[in-house]
Write a protein that binds this ligand. Structure first.
Ligand code: ZN
Length: 346
């Protein structure tokens, strides 16, 4: 957990403030590496935000003396070390809460899956969700803040801008340029001097019955930046954008969307979904705070875990058709019980 300290006043904040509100000095980030349990409270009364009981609120302290609260479904002894384990299974989904800072949560979910290998020569294709020409707060598209934090993560990890391609394409009649502009995603690209690519105008290679974007086939890493939506399979649906639109629509007509997920095998082993679940859309299109970031190599698993966290009223068709079982998905970081939020019941 990161904290922000004023060197002069020695006051510390958990919010990512830039300057001290007392003396206007720039704050320094303090990142804790270890955490110990210094207090435990057991909660037995359920609420809409915390429906599964009992759970435990741990008071954790790091080596810098900073303390914070952490919800846990497991009871800890006072004095015990608190740490998270990485899960390396290919189908694993990492779940973490966003606390003021996207970059910190993105770092954490990647770490929970064993990390991703990036260096200056890695060719990376970023696929932000760009599906409607709406402002960022509707959460139809990847939020610009999340997109920016992912870019920042990649650059800190050693990626170079010249090897990063930001690609998107429209699967309906709305021009992708209009979506990019209204969603605020274009502005982030411009700030980083990245020219986003309309994948529909790029080259596609035929692999069996699928026509896949050459950018995806040639990349070392395909990052699917899903914008999670309750009751939908938005992570899976965003990855369909690596297919040629006509090919996708044709296949959708002939078989189910679930069947088209077979095409993901062509880029297996180098695909990672990193999903924005901080503020998400309910089925009535209104947004609410769900406070999570999810990651996984398998987008269908990410969708299923998110729908379970939010107790969606109905499961998306595609997930029903795929017949996925939650008990077969290894979770890293947080449990469903800890993050569960009855979003549709409000
Ligand atoms: Zn100060």
């Amino acid at each position: 957990m990161a904290f922000y300290q004023c060197e002069k006043c020695k006051l510390t904040w958990q919010y990512p403030l830039e300057i001290c509100p007392h003396c206007f000095t720039n704050l320094t980030e303090q990142i804790g590496r270890q955490a110990r349990v210094i207090g435990v409270s057991r909660v037995g009364i359920p609420t809409l935000n915390h429906p599964s009981v009992p759970y435990f609120i741990l008071l954790l302290q790091d080596e810098n003396g900073n303390t914070w609260a952490h919800k846990s479904s497991k009871e800890y002894e006072i004095g015990a070390e608190f740490k998270t384990e990485a899960v390396l299974d290919a189908g694993a989904v990492a779940v973490w809460k966003v606390k003021y800072n996207y970059l910190e949560a993105i770092n954490k979910v990647f770490e929970l899956l064993g990390g991703i290998k990036i260096d200056g020569s890695s060719k990376i294709l970023l696929l932000p969700t760009a599906s409607a020409a709406t402002h960022y707060y509707f959460r139809d598209n990847t939020s610009p803040q999340f997109f920016e934090a992912v870019l920042e993560y990649l650059l800190k990890a050693g990626a170079v801008l010249g090897n990063i391609t930001v690609g998107a394409q429209s699967f309906d009649d709305i021009p992708i340029g209009a979506i990019a502009q209204k969603s605020g995603l274009l502005e982030v690209c411009q700030r980083h001097k990245i020219m986003p690519k309309d994948l529909s105008a790029s080259t596609f290679d035929k692999k069996g019955k699928y026509e896949l974007s050459k950018d995806a086939l040639d990349a070392d890493l395909v990052l699917n930046l899903a914008m999670l939506k309750i009751g939908q399979a938005s992570a899976t649906q965003n990855l369909f954008r690596i297919l040629k639109k006509e090919n996708f629509l044709g296949l959708k007509y002939l078989e189910s969307e679930a069947g088209i997920t077979e095409s993901f095998k062509e880029i297996e082993g180098k695909t990672m979904t990193i999903a924005d679940g901080e503020t998400t859309q309910r089925s009535n299109k209104l947004t609410n705070y769900t406070g999570v970031v999810l990651a996984g190599r398998d987008p269908q698993n990410v969708d299923l875990v998110f729908n379970e966290i939010t107790k969606a009223n109905r499961l998306p068709e595609i997930l029903k058709d795929l017949d996925l079982k939650l008990e077969n998905i290894p979770l890293a970081g947080r449990t469903i019980q800890e993050t569960q939020y009855l979003a549709e019941y409000f």
